[in-house]
Design a protein around this ligand. Structure first.
Ligand code: ZN
Length: 456
């Protein structure tokens, strides 16, 4: 055979083999009713034969489990023999994947909008365009590069150019498959620049915002080109056989970046097995993405008063308060836990007002599962950022990571509502004040005058 033809065939074969298909994969809702049910499901989770969409296996919690078509019968038989109900909720996962990849045909390619999910290239091109359109307010930045040589890029919004400003940091896309998070953050950036709502304007202009929509660019690209359900980065340094878990060896080509940060690394809710979804890496901060984020946070702290570190993930509709390894009374190991709880609770209540979307709040250990080595726990425990929260965005699992694109805008609107409220409460508690808000000045003068009158 001609070498060129051979090469071409190999190339075609590679392309075909690479893209993982979820055709006829099923998703079941399973609700453990007893502690015995929980331990049966936890064993299943560890065996890795089936793909758990969430790791929160607790009594009365809905656990979503994805099952390959050829394992369907085994799965159903096993659960029914254990006396656990499994309700089929998604017949064909690939159908949802295809729907999410759909591009509107009628729209001009130039026009960026939020009725479909953007690729990394589209997001980066948009950041450049926004910076070009608002040269006095917006600039782009790069915090580092990935193992596949992609830039980790962000956008800075600075209206007032103050000496030592109040700073907020927003980060999405640390987990590759959580597509709603970059979409939400770019939507919010757009609102910061274009909204005419007074509250949004205040929030946009009185804080210098540093926004990284896609903190894991390699993984994000991989979810478009190869495997929609990919979560980790794409570092191949720990490549190994995943036969012991019955998985494709490619599973070992990545580190869970939200287990790789250097705060209580590898103490709970993380794994040393490269074939798992929560592989924490060989050492803390072994990964370029986590190092770049940590360094950037320190640089922001040198530039001004870094008040906010808000991480965005999906799904489950939660606002998590650090630390992720503590529950019950131990939550108070965070010195300002009470403040953070109040800020999160009021933010969540405001979020719910718009579309009645319920959100829960608490530490991950209390309402999700124990975790260590996450970015937001590091931001609190090591970097000492005052207001550190983690969003788990829509939905509750009906679509999970495959949230239909028509939910991008309503999801983002309610999140922005909560940010406005979070900022209001944060200032009210006294973490910072808008530097030159007319209202504060007027109030101060009034107070001063009344105090003088009182003294006189
Ligand atoms: Zn996540």
């Amino acid at each position: 055979m001609d070498t060129k033809v051979k090469l071409l065939l190999v190339l075609i074969a590679t392309v075909c083999v690479n893209a993982v298909s979820y055709r006829d994969y099923k998703v079941y809702d399973v609700v453990p009713k007893t502690k015995e049910d929980v331990s049966i499901l936890k064993n299943l989770l560890e065996e890795n034969k089936y793909i758990f969409w969430s790791y929160a296996v607790k009594v009365d919690n809905v656990v979503k489990i994805m099952v390959a078509p050829e394992k369907k019968d085994d799965f159903e038989k096993y659960l029914s023999s254990a006396g656990i109900d499994a309700k089929l909720v998604i017949e064909d996962v690939q159908r949802l994947v295809d729907a999410q990849l759909q591009r509107p045909v009628s729209r001009s390619q130039q026009e960026y909008n939020w009725d479909y999910y953007q690729t990394l290239d589209e997001i980066y091109a948009w950041l450049d365009k926004v910076a070009e359109d608002h040269p006095n307010v917006v600039s782009t930045f790069e915090i580092g590069t990935t193992i596949e040589n992609r830039a980790i890029r962000g956008i800075k919004i600075d209206y007032k150019k103050q000496e030592r400003p109040t700073i907020g940091f927003l980060k999405g896309g640390l987990h590759a498959r959580e597509w709603i998070t970059p979409a939400t953050l770019t939507w919010i950036v757009n609102q910061f620049l274009t909204s005419e709502d007074t509250n949004v304007r205040n929030l946009a202009e009185n804080v210098v915002w540093h926004v990284i929509p896609v903190a894991n660019p390699d993984g994000y690209v991989y979810t478009f080109t190869n495997d929609r359900m990919w979560r980790k980065n794409r570092n191949r340094a720990n490549f190994t056989s995943c036969a012991h878990l019955g998985l494709n060896d490619d599973m070992s080509n990545g580190i869970d970046l939200n287990r790789n940060f250097g705060y209580l690394w590898m103490t709970t809710g993380a794994s040393q097995d490269p074939c798992t979804q929560t592989f924490a890496g060989p050492t803390a901060f072994s990964e370029r993405e986590s190092v770049a984020i940590a360094n950037y946070i320190y640089s922001l702290q040198r530039q001004g008063n870094l008040v906010y570190y808000l991480g965005f993930h999906s799904y489950t509709q939660l606002i998590l308060v650090p630390y992720s390894h503590v529950g019950g009374a131990d939550v108070l190991s965070v010195p300002n836990y009470g403040d953070l709880f109040e800020i999160a609770a009021k933010g969540a209540a405001k979020l719910t007002e718009r579309y009645n979307t319920p959100y829960r709040i608490g530490t991950s250990a209390d309402i999700l599962y124990e975790v260590s080595g996450s970015g937001f726990d590091w931001a609190k425990g090591q970097a000492g950022v005052p207001v550190v929260l983690l969003y788990e965005l829509r939905d509750l699992g009906q679509y999970g990571f495959l949230l239909p694109a028509d939910q991008i805008v309503p999801n983002s609107e309610e999140v922005l509502d909560s940010l406005v409220e979070i900022d209001r409460v944060t200032r009210q508690i006294g973490y910072y004040h808008y530097q030159n808000g007319g209202q504060i000045l007027k109030t101060s003068i009034l107070l001063l005058v009344s105090a003088m009158l009182f003294v006189l």
